[in-house]
Ligand binder design. Sequence first.
Ligand code: GTR
Length: 325
Amino acid sequence: MRNVSKLFGSVVVVSLLTLGVANAQTVLKSSDTHPDGYPTVEGVKYFGELVKERTGGRYAVEVYHSAQLGEEKDTIEQVRSGVIELNRVSMAPFNGTVKETIVPALPYIFRSEEHMHKVMDGPIGDQIKAAFEPAGLVALAFYDAGSRSFYNKQKAIKSVADMKGMKFRVIQSDIFVDMVAALGANATPMPYGEVYSSIETGVIDGAENNFPSYDTAKHAEVAKFYSLDQHTILPEVFVMNKVAFDKLTPEDQAIFKQAAKDSVAKQRELWAAKSEESRANVAKVGSEVNEVEKQGFMDAMKPVYDKHVTDDVLKKMVADVQAVQ
Ligand code: GTR
């Protein structure tokens, strides 16, 4: 009798499988350039857990970390065309396509991380999110990325004069190229995955990023001078393909949005911890961190604003950001 019911049980399972019940779960793919455990990867994983739980398992998220699906610019094309449904990337590569992303990418636009949070959590953040829709994307959340500073293999940069003639890799955005030029140095935009070997072989002297990236991408091993000019406090963006989002029921859309919102708090906590840990890690491999005469860097940025903040929408946004206390 026992064997019979066991057999019966497996018949039921097999027929459910053939009916497709076991396939009722939709798995959404998400990309990230960072390794497993990095705060952005963990933020999206947490989003996925919440979505799974709150949809009763109808949706799940699989995060392809460590640039398994390609470099950031390529994965942006993948999520725009719907090859993948989700993506966590920097906003800098969107500067040419989603004009409103220029504002948070401007050097020294934010006075502090608190100022950035206030702006991005409020109406200006909503305005930037809405601007992703014409590009075929729904911006679900902004995640923390600390501040970006220059690091290189030659010397400690203490003032703008020290930047002269140096070669830096920048993230793929014209704003960053123009910022480096305004500081008297040369910028080479290139994919993140090529930075380590380019510094090692001397194609470039260094790059610019936050502590967790400098640490986890091992750039500290090849460029030991990290100079705290803190030129940008540019948050990350977590996006979804708009066609895929529009296919969700209104109830599920609300679940996705709330889960994304809830994942922000989690990511911020993880970010704060990782920033400290990374600062300690880079010191262990011999990195030297120094303060910078920041006012000189700020004063040099006027041409960048003049060139990129051209129309009334952007001018108003910049004034609005500056007015946020
Ligand atoms: C990191 C960011 C990545 C990537 C990288 C880069 O701070 O989290 O998404 O944009 O910088 O410089 O390419």
